[in-house]
Ligand binder design. Structure first.
Ligand SMILES: C[S@@+](CC[C@H](N)C(=O)[O-])C[C@H]1O[C@@H](n2cnc3c(N)ncnc32)[C@H](O)[C@@H]1O
Length: 224
């Protein structure tokens, strides 16, 4: 079986893909990791409380990052584009029960809307959130120059998919960010820091969630 569900250390569930020999989230806590790497270090650090925020995600996966971002949106307008080439079945996604926890129970119908949203179209989820799920290979991503405020880089690990953690990809992502835009990711490997720097980013190492000493936040300087 290619995809198996397993319980992580914070009791939230994740998916293990045996073909890739890789899980979608940290075994030390799926929700804890997403909340720390992408929401705390990324979304909540944006300095534009009221304007429209454009977010790009590499790796829609279980839709957990979309859900946690939606949960934080208050008076903001969000455009959220998420790339994915191998969508999970709705059965698998529902069995992850991400809205069974008290904190996310109010998002049960939102989670279903996120997953039922058509691919390759702008779909409104509520009145402040536009989701665009793009059935695209990361390698074919077309740059929209200076468009995004925030990138969640959540591909499988550099060990599993080294070609995706390349300067070519990070240069495209750099181009697609607005000046002062940021990219956050869970890997702090030396090679990842190097290719991010080579692509033009200013790279900062931050404390990681359980099981990970550091994670990265990369800034596109304002003068670029
Ligand atoms: C670490 S998981 C993403 C986890 C996701 N952000 C979440 O919240 O569940 C990596 C994702 O990248 C997708 N993927 C792997 N290679 C890809 C490629 N070349 N192009 C597009 N998506 C790819 C996988 O199918 C998987 O869903």
């Amino acid at each position: 079986m290619k995809n198996q569900i397993f319980k992580t250390d914070d009791d939230s569930l994740s998916v293990f893909n045996s073909a890739m020999n890789e899980s979608y989230h940290s075994k030390f806590g799926a929700i804890t990791e997403s909340q720390s790497v992408f929401i705390k270090n990324g979304f909540l650090t944006l300095k534009k409380p009221c304007e429209r925020i454009n977010i790009l995600e590499f790796g829609f996966g279980t839709g957990l990052n979309v859900l946690l971002t939606f949960n934080e949106v208050k008076n903001k307008q969000i455009f959220y584009k998420s790339l994915e080439l191998f969508p999970l079945s709705l059965d698998i996604v529902i069995s992850l029960q991400y809205t069974s926890d008290e904190s996310y129970r109010h998002l049960e119908s939102v989670f279903l809307e996120i997953h039922r949203a058509a691919w390759n179209s702008d779909i409104a989820i509520g009145n402040h959130f536009i989701l665009h799920k793009s059935l695209t290979d990361f390698n074919d991503f077309q740059t929209e120059a200076s468009f995004y405020d925030l990138i969640y880089f959540d591909a499988f690990s550099p060990e599993t998919q080294p070609a995706l953690w390349s300067e070519v990809i990070f240069k495209k992502l750099f181009e697609s960010l607005k000046p002062e835009g940021i990219l956050v990711t869970y890997s702090s490997k030396g090679i990842v820091k190097k290719v991010l720097r080579d692509a033009g980013f200013l790279v900062e190492r931050l404390k990681g969630p359980p099981g990970k000493r550091h994670v990265l936040r990369a800034l596109k300087p304002s003068y670029m």
